[in-house]
Design a protein around this ligand. Structure first.
Ligand code: OGA
Ligand code: NI
Length: 393
């Protein structure tokens, strides 16, 4: 370690002219910032408070592996989708329940979505980000409900500390309403992303059936009386948002994050990680652990709505993204939930004297009002939905 690195302190960051980047420059996103200036140090705006920074260690054996970030890895439970729909369903359901209860995350393999569909989706999103800034900027908007939103950090107009991430968000359901608003460049984006959206939505539906069964809720006898028949609403058309994330190489990855700790709001998220560059970390038993990429697998996680629906049995777990000094990283997340006009509430089947209702009924308006009013921070939203008698225990 060089003496300069040892000397690094808060004061020296502020003395450094290179950290002063003009407002309009970071508004254009991280990719534009990296490409337009010789960035050797991280601009002030991206520096997280010391307590929120990641601890990234490099040991001898990892030195020659530039994709390495973070120290400890986690082997997530692996759920084999072909077993879930085959003769081994009961055993697979038990593994699924265990994963959702104890990890909030699992790797889904043999899911039936072809390598070709996955490759084309990653490829077209890569080409979207590689276009000229002016082309990407056509889709910049501060409207959280827009059918298409290109941006940087989370909310570039509101965030006080920026995270090292650019994104493209596409609303997907109903497809015929949203498709005409999606980017027309690259030329094949609409077709490729529409196929991907349909296939991930079908996979999500089959996974939700399995999850309901794993919770002991049978579809036919679901709570129509209470108008909480979740499968029926999802089959008719739930909400789906796809997010392509780009995390460009970062000069000082130990001072910032690609995404701060957050939980996802929906029922389930299906994530395609970058196959070569690690970055996703989840919180497990109080520690941040790195999720190893598995080729063509989906990293699936429980969102806030499923934690609420399952009355707390399945956990919406905090996760964050580290960035890399040398390599650019991309990911594609597909977030699925009930239709926007629906209310999410704990299933009556999971409430009894021993397990009283733990969460308030929750709708998207409340969620959007909440996230528009503040920066995302941990599991704030979910905590705000907990019934007070339980938050004090
Ligand atoms: C997300 C997310 C992780 C990643 O989009 O909500 O957590 O690896 N992404 O990009
Ligand atoms: Ni997430």
């Amino acid at each position: 370690m060089s003496p300069a690195m040892v000397m690094k302190s808060e004061e020296s960051y502020e003395d450094n002219d290179e950290r002063e980047v003009h407002h309009h420059q970071y508004q254009k996103g991280v990719k534009q910032l990296v490409e337009n200036g010789r960035i050797h140090t991280l601009p002030q705006r991206y520096i997280f408070p010391a307590s929120d920074r990641p601890i990234i260690t490099t040991t001898e054996e990892q030195d020659d592996d530039s994709s390495f970030v973070g120290n400890k890895k986690i082997d997530l439970p692996i759920i084999d989708f072909s077993e879930l729909i085959g003769s081994n369903r009961l055993q697979a359901l038990r593994s699924l329940a265990h994963a959702c209860q104890h990890y909030g995350f699992f790797q889904l393999v043999n899911h039936g979505i072809s390598e070709e569909v996955i490759r084309r989706m990653k490829d077209v999103m890569g080409r979207f980000f590689n276009q000229a800034y002016e082309e990407r900027a056509k889709h910049m908007t501060s409207d959280m409900k827009a059918a298409v939103r290109y941006g940087t950090s989370f909310s570039q107009n509101k965030d006080s500390v920026f995270c090292w991430r650019d994104f493209l968000k596409l609303l997907c359901h109903p497809l015929s309403d949203y498709l005409p608003h999606w980017p027309q460049s690259p030329m094949d984006l609409r077709e490729v992303a529409a196929t991907y959206a349909e296939e991930t939505n079908n996979l999500f539906l089959r996974l939700m059936e399995a999850i309901l069964e794993s919770l002991g809720i049978k579809e036919e006898e679901e709570e129509d009386d209470n108008n909480n028949n979740i499968m029926k609403k999802l089959e008719e058309g739930g909400s789906q948002m796809m997010v392509a994330n780009l995390y460009p190489p970062c000069p000082e990855p130990d001072l910032t994050l690609g995404m701060p700790p957050h939980s996802d709001y929906g029922l389930l998220t299906l994530l395609l990680q970058d196959e070569e560059v690690e970055g996703l970390q989840i919180q497990f038993q109080g520690k941040w652990l790195t999720v190893k990429p598995i080729s063509n697998a989906f990293v699936v996680n429980v969102g806030d709505h499923l934690e609420i629906f399952s009355n707390g049995r399945y956990k919406s777990v905090l996760h964050r993204v580290l960035v890399n000094e040398i390599k650019s990283r991309t990911s594609v997340a597909s977030l699925h939930s009930l239709p926007f006009n629906c209310t999410v509430k704990p299933s009556l089947k999971l409430i009894d004297d021993a397990n009283p209702k733990r969460y308030k009924d929750t709708d998207f308006h409340t969620f959007l009002a909440y996230v528009s009013s503040r920066e995302p921070k941990g599991k704030d939203f979910l905590h705000s939905r907990k019934l007070t008698s339980f938050t004090t225990h």
